[in-house]
Design a protein around this ligand. Structure first.
Ligand SMILES: [Mg+2]
Ligand SMILES: [Zn+2]
Length: 177
């Protein structure tokens, strides 16, 4: 089974420093939805793993997060794609939880849910912590330059072996070539 793990904000949709707090604020990055459909066609299962500390901070509630994710799922469906699962950490940044990236808790949940080996699994993110969480459990890090990626790419802490692409569509073009 081929599984790829995507961050959400800054990878699939445009990011905002003010958080994505409503379905209206969720806007896809051009080409990202079609890229997910292309992955599905190439027999990849696509899983989202996303920090959503806005819930823990009280900026939006679980119903709103579900509505935002539902908009994303529908938009992907409109271009013939699908997500196999959406994992998220709703906890605040100072929470001692095990799921907030850069901790690898969500990746361990993915391994358990799909009964897969995480070694070499592609993880696509725009922030250092997305990549660090994946690398901690053996995933292969893909940095995209959308979202916070242009800041992340010059970070000296970028994990060794990180490959850099302009956006998700470019990652997928390479993976499905
Ligand atoms: Mg992000
Ligand atoms: Zn958490």
């Amino acid at each position: 089974m081929k599984i790829i793990v995507l961050d959400r904000d800054g990878v699939i949709n445009l990011d905002s420093d003010q958080f994505i707090k409503s379905p209206d604020e969720w806007k896809p990055i051009p080409g990202s939805l079609e890229a997910i459909a292309r992955l599905n066609e190439a027999n990849w299962r696509v899983v989202v793993a996303s920090n959503q500390s806005g819930v823990g901070r009280g900026l939006f509630d679980m119903d709103t997060l579900n509505a935002i994710n539902e908009k994303m799922v529908k938009a992907i469906g409109h271009v013939g794609g699908r997500l196999d699962a959406i994992f998220f950490c709703p906890h605040a940044a100072d929470s001692p939880c095990e799921c907030r990236k850069p901790k690898p808790g969500m990746f361990l949940q993915i391994a358990e849910r799909f009964n897969v080996d995480l070694d070499g699994m592609p993880v696509v993110g725009d922030s250092l912590r997305d990549l660090q969480a994946g690398v901690a459990v053996g995933c292969k890090p893909y940095l995209v330059l959308t979202g916070k990626g242009k800041k992340t790419v010059i970070d000296p802490a970028l994990p060794e072996g990180t490959v850099v692409f302009p956006d998700l569509a470019a990652v997928v073009a390479q993976l499905t070539a």
